[in-house]
Design a protein around this ligand. Structure first.
Ligand code: GLA
Length: 407
């Protein structure tokens, strides 16, 4: 869906750094002109995200702590008056799509174009009026890697299309439009984390989001200043069962809350007691889900406390414990991801865990700066030994959320 044709991130190893926002916006303007034969009226860019900790908590009223990646998606757009939506993407294999405005509905168009078209349809439900739209997408966010390339596309499209319609939408509104498009047009029952992270993150900060009351707290995070680095390891593996399994985990959590008479698993905390005691009467299959969600919320709180007190290194064991919980209790990891986590920790990483929905995708690794080459090599060697694709390894410097490109 996204990704620049021929870019080195298409292969494994250590890819070139992503383009700066202004450079990416220029590339989108040029691509727009080449495909649509005239200038774009507006360009928005939005980042991918990596979740530091707080996994599968965002649809349980829980806590998450993501940060925005320097990898961004740019959406260039201009109005048309012929009733058509014409969509181009620079991603390899992404065919151009033309669809009448009145024909846009869940399933039409499908594929990559469902995301921006879904956003357009959702904006219309809040009063945005269009006579037609030309749109062009250029992206450096690795697709299918659990790094929210779809949320980046949705939120950048929401910003650009809201501008075209003259709607003054704040970051939360853009995120909500993106989330609704994901649910209704991409058919993924995701929580609120990805689009909010993409829309609201700040450079040099992680975003503590409480999905119970919607509060956002920007926590300073400068891994480099602490003598550490955050690495993203994209395993380049994604198992097909991911979406169905996500929906089943979500349904399992909701069923557990219902059986316990709580609105969601977060509210169980108010009763006091441990996950074990609170979930003792649940069916065997549901108890580990409750244990993961409750212990994960506790890990997010401790991670946030440590970061606020300036202890970046101290969060390492929490990341690794979070991985064990996702692997053993929530059962959303997979062998290829476990190989990477184990290799990173064995090579001296301070902590490592899967990030995102699971069943492949990416691992986030916290490592001493001096140990980056050793840990990177260990991860690549372990993947080679187990015959899995060569991972892509790159640093995650906390970047800024979605914005209109100047000019
Ligand atoms: C996906 C979803 C998010 C969240 C994570 C798991 O990324 O889109 O809403 O549930 O999985 O933490």
């Amino acid at each position: 869906m996204t990704g620049r044709a021929g870019a080195s991130h298409a292969a494994g190893g250590t890819p070139d750094p992503p383009r700066a926002p202004a450079e990416l916006a220029d590339a989108a303007r040029q691509f727009f002109r080449a495909r649509h034969g005239g200038p774009a009226a507006v360009v928005w860019t939005a980042p991918g995200r990596v979740n530091l900790i707080g996994e599968h908590t965002d649809y349980n009223g829980g806590l998450v702590l993501p940060l925005a990646l320097p990898h961004r998606t740019a959406v260039a757009a201009a109005p048309r008056d012929d009733g058509l939506v014409v969509l181009h993407s620079a991603a390899r294999g992404a065919a151009p799509v033309t669809v009448p405005l009145t024909a846009v509905r869940p399933g039409t168009p499908d594929g990559w174009a469902a995301y921006p078209a879904g956003v357009l349809a959702e904006l219309r439900t809040i009063g945005a009026e269009f006579l037609g739209v030309s749109l062009a997408v250029v992206s450096d966010v690795p697709a299918g890697a659990g790094l929210s390339s779809s949320a980046a596309l949705e939120v950048a499209a929401a910003g650009a299309l809201a501008d075209l319609a003259g709607i003054d939408a704040d970051a939360r509104t853009l995120a909500e439009i993106g989330r609704l498009a994901e649910h209704r047009y991409a058919g993924v029952p995701c929580g609120v984390m990805d689009q909010l992270a993409v829309a609201c993150c700040r450079a040099d900060h992680a975003l503590l989001l409480d999905t119970d009351d919607g509060s956002l707290d920007h926590i300073p995070l400068d891994p480099g200043a602490a003598g550490t680095a955050l690495l993203v390891v994209d395993t380049r593996v994604r198992h097909r069962l991911a979406d169905g399994a996500y929906a089943r985990r979500r349904a399992g959590c909701e069923e557990a809350a219902r059986l316990l008479g709580a609105p969601d698993l977060r509210r169980l905390e108010e009763r006091g007691g441990t996950a074990e005691s609170l979930s003792a009467d649940l069916p065997d299959a549901l108890r580990p889900l409750v244990r993961h969600v409750m212990t994960e919320n506790a890990r997010v709180r401790r991670t946030a406390r440590l970061l606020r007190s300036g202890s970046v290194r101290g969060i390492g064991p929490l990341l690794t414990a979070g991985h064990a919980s996702l692997r053993d209790d929530f059962a959303v990891s997979c062998p290829e991801v476990d190989v990477v986590v184990a290799a990173a920790v064995a090579a001296g990483a301070l902590g490592a865990r899967m990030t995102g929905g699971g069943f492949g995708g990416s691992v986030v690794v916290l490592v001493e700066t001096a140990a980056v080459p050793v840990v990177t090599e260990a991860v690549l060697a372990a993947a080679r030994r187990s015959g899995q694709p060569e991972p892509r390894v790159f640093p995650a410097t906390p970047a800024a959320g979605a914005a209109r490109a100047p000019g």
